[in-house]
Design a protein around this ligand. Sequence first.
Ligand code: PLP
Length: 342
Amino acid sequence: MDLQKLVRKNVWNMKAYSSARDEFKGEASVFLDANENPLNDRYNRYPDPLQWKLKEKISTVKGVHPENIFLGNGSDEPIDLVIRVFCEPRIDNIVAIDPTYGMYEVCANVNDVEYRKVLLNENFDLDADALLAKTDDNTKLIFLCSPNNPTGNLMNREAVEKVLNNFKGIVIVDEAYIDFAADATWINDLGNYPNLIILQTFSKAWGLAAVRLGMAFASPEIIKLFNKVKYPYNVNILTQNFVIDELDKLSLRKEWVETLLKGRAFLVEELSKLSFVEKIYPTDSNFVLVKVNDANGIYKKLADKGVIVRNRNSVSLCAGCLRITVGTDQENKILIETLQSF
Ligand SMILES: *Cc1c(COP(=O)(O)O)cnc(C)c1O
């Protein structure tokens, strides 16, 4: 892979903004370099632009070097950055599976980059050949999502491998739900694929959606390009310090995942008994995609009772489907009892 050929010329040639915090990194006691107000101690200083302390800690949890980690304002930030780094508006294009997470297409549209969709097969699995056939010389990125949203399933490993081996551009594998799937992360394969970018997030299994912290794992060369283009202080000090402490809750997070997987099994069991449920798709995530006989009607009746699920009726291959997040035991019970009353 020739990284320089893939990256937008302006990004490759530009110099990154250099902040006061970038230029001096040693120990000192008098900081008169950043025009901060010295009188409001604690939050008055600009934070570490590259979040090294937090990355060191994530590094030990994820088993990757800090240089392989990018941190952003949710996964939303690396999704947008990867397009801005690699795709020339109105010239380059992106290929992605369909259906999948809506943000890829939104970010492509914002950046005026063509977005090409390739339907998953009837098992919601990836057809590597169809995906590769949709690429051309101007395809810079392929977006995959595994486990996929809204379908819930992991993508077939051999198919992903085929895409990684045969596509000359960048392959993004979004693993937002990986903590709910057994041993399937692509993180350990980073060294084998210089064109691989993995996305993970603190918004799902870690229970920190409000904190806004997303992770991208890739080669140090790709991470450096992200750092060049991002806002200098993209992760504030409250988030950095807070998540450093939250990372100590590894065993609690594992308990949460076990609880949610039990909740998921309960939902699948109870949903399957309902006459209007036509199909429950296999899931590796903290949600279940369910086909019902009247998605719009059931969605509305649930909403009228104060129970909100996600209506995926108008999404490709998901006609008649509702996406239901696993909640607390109490919430799951309320959902099932409400459905039983229809
Ligand atoms: C929820 C979700 C995310 C998380 O996005 P954040 O910006 O990190 O909250 C990322 N990708 C997919 C596919 C998701 O469903």
